[in-house]
Design a protein around this ligand. Structure first.
Ligand code: C2E
Ligand code: CA
Ligand code: CA
Ligand code: CA
Length: 279
């Protein structure tokens, strides 16, 4: 038994060591990536349920590192949030989105608002609005071309400062979305105090809408209530035709998901657009 115990201990110890080595490497490489502006954005279309047109895109960060390979945002964003590196990373991302906007504009693609995921750590910085406006102005980009996706958790504290920021962002021209709706224990009646344009229903609700009646009822209720509160609804993570049909019946406004397209590099996205318009 003792031997077993020791064996287990050294197993965990080795694993811990490899873990901390990886964290150290991750930290180093993230700092270099910030300096070299190595973060890229992939774009996932949002499709209008009523017209079938692509009415916007969500920008999702992608990072490929020589030593670590492809590191998913699900891994490096939480680490960056813990260490504060998220602020310069977020600024790189906003800047890259501006450059991509200018590329789209030069290709005569003009009605393609870009949604940015903004970490609560960045949002709650006292100079968040100045920092985003500075990047937009430097690139000559209009705020009304951008949407800001914030999770429920980000706006959960109904501090005056949160409301003040959201109102100001809205006045500056940004559209505001609540991301991952349904996962943060907030209610629509709570969210109504904010000037929100879009509500994105989390994939975990969409996943089983065709098989589970209670999920269906919840999604249906969210859509009806959001509409009464003058918000448009986006369904996330839609993968099947049956889900599209059901969401259309429920009056959902926009659909995002692998059913239409995974997030694509900018050049592939513009090709996708051309193909889409020919359909
Ligand atoms: P999110 O904002 O909820 O983004 C949706 C995630 O679902 C993305 O994963 C997207 O690629 C994936 N997805 C889209 N459609 C489908 C589908 O039909 N099925 C499935 N299974 N997945 C789908 P991704 O790109 O790995 O991003 C994960 C999370 O990392 C994001 O969740 C967001 O919280 C964060 N993130 C991504 N990009 C950024 C960024 O630029 N800034 C910040 N602060 N966070 C980001
Ligand atoms: Ca999002
Ligand atoms: Ca989401
Ligand atoms: Ca999510």
């Amino acid at each position: 038994a003792k031997q077993n115990g020791r064996g287990q201990f050294s197993f965990y110890f080795d694993e811990l060591q490899t873990d901390s080595k990886r964290v150290l490497l991750l930290d180093n490489e993230l700092r270099k990536a910030i300096e070299n502006d190595s973060f890229e954005l992939h774009y996932q279309p949002k499709v209008s349920v009523t017209t079938g047109a692509i009415v916007g895109v969500e920008a999702l960060v992608r990072w490929h590192n020589e030593k670590l390979g492809f590191v998913s945002p699900g891994e490096f964003i939480p680490y960056a949030e813990e260490t504060g590196l998220i602020i310069p990373i977020s600024e790189c991302i906003i800047n890259r989105a501006c450059q991509d906007y200018l590329k789209l504009k030069s290709l005569n693609i003009k009605n393609m608002p870009i949604a940015l995921n903004i970490s609560s750590i960045h949002f709650h910085q006292s100079n968040f609005i100045e920092s985003i406006m500075q990047i937009l102005e430097k690139n000559n980009c209009p705020a009304h071309y951008f949407e800001i996706e914030l999770t429920e958790r980000t706006v959960m504290n109904s501090e005056k400062e949160t409301i003040r920021k959201l109102v100001l962002l809205k006045q500056l021209g940004f559209k505001l979305s609540i991301d991952d709706f349904g996962t943060g224990y907030s209610s629509l009646s709570y969210l109504v105090q904010f000037p929100l344009n879009y509500l994105k229903i989390d994939r975990s609700f969409i996943q089983h809408i065709c098989s589970l009646d209670d999920k269906q009822a919840v999604v249906d209720a969210i859509i009806q209530m959001a509409h009464r509160l003058h918000m448009k609804v986006i369904a996330e993570g839609v993968e099947q035709r049956e889900q599209v049909q059901l969401l259309r019946k429920m009056g959902c406004d926009m659909i995002q998901g692998y059913y239409y397209s995974k997030p694509l590099p900018l050049d592939e996205f513009t090709e996708f657009l051309e193909f889409w318009e020919l359909e």
